[in-house]
Ligand binder design. Structure first.
Ligand code: PSU
Ligand code: MN
Length: 309
């Protein structure tokens, strides 16, 4: 049994050392409503192609862990929505052994990307330490994965449904470099600035590629978080989104939402309370990350090329 099945297109890009960008699938099934989820997933793939890289959406389909889905497979996951298992590290063996479908989270996708040999992965937002995490222990498995699996993750920062400060502390403990792409401050997903400084600011994809190579040379395991702010025109005023997030958090605690349901529940409530505007912002920021991810993957393969010459 192969650990992961890589599509022909992705396999040939990898073997010719052309840039490849991994994409997650929980954002399709649990992060956005149908049909916008499918439209977005396909538009993200197209943006990556425009940027000169090959997209590799990762998921488990009937027990087969795949890197590089067809458009039909993406549409299937989007239509199934939350009927598909949200698949993080602990879920992978169960879903694969039982020949089930699984939409991979950031953690699950990092594992798939590493198995396939893909270095750069683009998403919207990562999971983190939830507010009240010191008592509930609700800390996303995404953070532990960033601590051990060697995949660079491009995201739009950390949204304030989470405790941003504790999430950064946790990443520091795990030794994960947090890079601000053309910013000194960690973006807040819907907003450009969470108020928390990043560890390192980098203004070009080439600089980031150099950092990835240095990390590789040192043999340091674990990921790198690249935080790319939402474009100004698509961002939310901070006070407004903070109020909406507060209402969503109140509703989650009133309804006693727990475990893996928390993040999808909050995303859906924020979309409802913002009259759908948070969804539009979410789509724009993922597309923006796709562009950055393609640039970074391209810069990294150029470095690898010059190393081997
Ligand atoms: N944040 C988003 N959209 C998403 C997610 C996070 O804005 O779809 C998904 C990602 O797949 C992430 C997961 O890995 O939620 C985190 O879930 P949890 O907090 O249960 O670990
Ligand atoms: Mn959780």
């Amino acid at each position: 049994m192969n650990s992961i099945t890589v599509s022909e297109e992705v396999a040939s890009a990898l073997s010719q050392r052309r840039p490849v960008v991994a994409l997650e699938s929980t954002i399709i099934s649990h992060g956005m409503p149908y049909p916008r989820n499918v439209e977005t997933a396909l538009a993200v793939e197209e943006t990556i192609r425009q940027g000169g890289a090959t997209p590799a959406t990762i998921a488990v389909l009937q027990g087969c862990f795949k890197a590089g889905l067809t458009q039909d497979e993406i549409a299937y996951l989007g239509k199934q929505g939350t009927a598909v298992a949200k698949c993080s590290r602990r879920d992978l063996p169960f879903v694969i052994a039982g020949k089930r479908d699984g939409a991979t989270t950031v953690a699950g996708t990092m594992i798939g990307a590493a198995l396939a040999g893909i270095k750069v992965f683009v998403t919207g937002g990562i999971g983190g330490v939830h507010r009240g995490g010191a008592e509930t222990f609700d800390i996303s498995a995404d953070l532990q994965e960033l601590g051990k699996t060697n995949t660079a993750v491009v995201c739009a920062g950390v949204k304030s449904i989470l405790d941003i400060g504790l999430t950064l502390e946790y990443l520091e403990t795990l030794g994960v470099p947090v890079i601000g792409f053309r910013t000194d401050y960690l973006p807040g997903f819907y907003t450009r600035n969470s108020g928390f400084p990043v560890d390192f600011r980098m203004d070009s994809a080439a600089e980031i590629a150099d950092l990835l190579r240095a990390k590789q040379t040192l043999g340091l395991s674990g990921g790198v978080l690249i935080a790319n702010p939402i474009p100004e025109k698509d961002s939310f005023p901070k006070e407004e989104i903070d109020r909406i997030i507060g209402e969503a958090l109140d509703e989650a605690s009133m309804r006693k939402i727990k475990g893996k349901k928390v993040t999808p529940f909050l995303l859906e409530k924020i979309a409802a309370f913002s009259g759908g505007r948070s969804l539009e912002a979410n789509i724009k920021l993922v597309l923006n990350n796709a562009q950055a991810g393609a640039e970074i993957a391209s810069a990294y393969t150029r470095l690898a090329d010059s190393d081997s010459n």
